[in-house]
Design a protein around this ligand. Sequence first.
Ligand code: PAF
Length: 285
Amino acid sequence: MNDNHIEILCEPADLRVRLAQWRAQGQRLVLVPTMGALHAGHMSLVKEAKRLGDRVLVSVFVNPTQFAPNEDFGVYPRRLETDAELATQAGADLIFAPTPQAMYPQGFATTISLTGPATVGLEDKFRPTHFAGVATVVAKLFNLVRPDVAIFGQKDYQQLQVIRQMTSDLDMDIGIVGAPTIREKDGLALSSRNLYLTVAERDCAPRLYAALLQCAREIGMGTASIGAALEATTKNLKEMGFVVDYLEARHAETLEPVASPEEGPIRLLVAAKLGTTRLIDNIAV
Ligand code: PAF
């Protein structure tokens, strides 16, 4: 325990002891995996977790294997004390904050290999090693915690589908819940990386969500074909100063391309840079 009254465990062995006690009491465990820098989006995941189980465990681990060498692993915000306060406020029971050595000891040699939703040409096209790192660390967390349920934000929509697929394919007996994206009042999806935005970029950033909404409206109402709506929205975003990695309409479950609304349910997914900050977002059509 610390001043925040939430228990923080860093060693897998200590975690197993605590979880065995809870399991012996018949308590239902819910895991909220995070990389820390908690914000209102994470708080909403913890609150949902409390609804779904008896004990809520938040993992805080900036996972090195899901970052490419040119990415922001070194500067990713790390602030365990604040995270502990926020997790406590949201009602979590325990934080698991392992060290990189505990998760990836010398000689670690296993990586989960993925196809399906992990190789559909969205995030994977721009971050080719990302999902193998995510899946491997999530599989480790699942094995360490053996939760009844795990909750992930829909903001990382492709990640959510990758984890659903892995959990099903590997017969992991864990319920996967996707929780709605939490947004600022102006529509910007909450993300720990929003901290990187300059004041001018922060002013511009909500226009990404506004553009997604407009595009979804056009596709949904049939006022434009999917191709035309995507093309016009991409052009608009570029004019606003976004560097668009992708804007795609995909099948909401398989993430395969769709040519018409009849092939739906459709999810619109976007990734775009403002300066050096890469934003991702998605909505249902
Ligand atoms: O979404 C995240 O924060 C991370 O990708 C996750 C799922 C915690 C794995 O490191």
